[in-house]
Design a binder for this molecule. Structure first.
Ligand code: RTP
Length: 150
């Protein structure tokens, strides 16, 4: 199984609704490793760069404004096959298409207020980690309590 990193962000709606703890709990309970975490109100430059692949979409401007509208909790998580598995935990882009049990299926209603972002591919994850954490870097650590699932 490939050990990977992925970028996860609780969007402003998720933070304001008090879902940060529940979301972090899902990744912890799954057995993934927390490698970086910070809360910030993203600049317009950061949000527009993050979503630049969608710049031709009609919802792009509103999406960027929304991501900048309040605190976001940005994280890096690591684990086996985590990019694909985290997307499965998150659900589909539209909460109404997301299965119960997934994060968007359990907590979301509107596609434009879908609570959480997760990288869609390994290369995207590395780009997003560099964009959001840049020079701050991301931890690399090994457990010392012999309780890790790997
Ligand atoms: P994300 O990047 O936020 O994890 O979401 P995603 O991969 O599931 O979906 P993507 O296609 O990358 O879209 C990014 C975000 O844009 C908003 N969106 N609005 N029709 C719409 O109004 C529409 N479509 C997409 C969503 O918030 C989506 O998460």
């Amino acid at each position: 199984m490939a050990m990977e990193r992925t970028f996860i962000a609780v969007k402003p709606d998720g933070v304001q609704r008090g879902l940060v703890g529940a979301i972090i709990g899902r990744f912890e309970a799954k057995g993934y490793k927390l490698l970086a975490l910070k809360a910030l109100v993203p600049t317009k430059e950061l949000a527009s760069t993050h979503y630049e692949a969608l710049s031709s979409k009609p919802f792009y401007g509103g999406l960027v404004d929304f991501i900048c509208s309040g605190p976001v909790v940005a994280m890096v998580w690591g684990g086996g096959d985590i990019v694909k598995c985290a997307r499965a935990m998150i659900g589909e882009t539209s909460p109404s298409a997301s299965a119960p049990g997934s994060i968007r299926g359990d907590y979301g209603v509107e596609v434009g207020r879908n609570v959480i972002h997760g990288s869609d591919a390994v290369a995207t994850a590395e780009r997003e980690i560099a964009l959001w954490f840049g020079d701050e870097g991301v931890m690399e650590w090994e457990p010392t309590l012999n309780q890790w699932v790997y």
